[in-house]
Write a protein that binds this ligand. Structure first.
Ligand SMILES: CC(C)(COP(=O)(O)OP(=O)(O)OC[C@H]1O[C@@H](n2cnc3c(N)ncnc32)[C@H](O)[C@@H]1OP(=O)(O)O)[C@@H](O)C(=O)NCCC(=O)NCCS
Length: 150
């Protein structure tokens, strides 16, 4: 991570957001999905750029609550503090705009993300049983709801 920049995403970035999402999730979101989300009130995204786009976060704010809808760092850029930096950028911007809490759902089977959120100060507040389904294995994983006060 040499000269990373974090920029606020615009509707022009939907293709980049979709490509980044594809690097990290088994059910990729299309550029049309990102476009539809970014049109919604309170939805905002940030993209990190090294020599190329390297990670992103997408959030939805309603009132003084902000939900992390998705967050990813491309595999080649992981474990270098970028996920933390992206979270911090969003956190600072939300705080400046008056948000009071952030929350998210994360799979109990995602220790990397759970570790990132815990390290950033999120605390578990509850679970959603069998929230994430897997059509291939027919198994389902619980989600942990985590929150952080800004
Ligand atoms: C989760 C993710 C965003 C972390 O990004 P990152 O840039 O690697 O995170 P950071 O380097 O800032 O790591 C911060 C902390 O997260 C945890 N963490 C990150 N990667 C980890 C790993 N491979 N194993 C264990 N803990 C890990 C650690 O607590 C780490 O702190 P440490 O390095 O001091 O131990 C990235 O792994 C990712 O994109 N995963 C796939 C998509 C995903 O799961 N998104 C979250 C959906 S809710």
């Amino acid at each position: 991570m040499t000269k990373v920049r974090i920029i606020r995403a615009t509707p022009q970035h939907c293709e980049v957001l979709s490509a980044l999402h594809r690097t990290s999730f088994s059910k990729p979101w299309s550029k049309e999905s990102f476009a539809a989300l970014l049109e919604q009130p309170g939805v905002a995204a940030w993209i990190s750029k090294d020599n190329e786009p390297s990670g992103f976060i997408l959030l939805r704010s309603v009132g003084d609550e902000s939900e992390i809808l998705t967050l990813a760092v491309a595999p080649n850029y992981r474990r270098a503090g970028l996920g933390t930096l992206i979270l911090k950028t969003a956190f600072d911007a939300l705080q400046a705009s008056g948000a009071k809490t952030m929350f998210l759902e994360v799979s109990v089977q995602n220790p990397k993300a759970c570790g990132l959120y815990r390290k950033f100060g999120f605390s578990p507040k509850g679970t959603r049983p069998a929230y994430y389904s897997n059509k291939n294995t027919r198994a389902a994983a619980d989600a942990i709801i985590m929150t952080k006060t800004l």
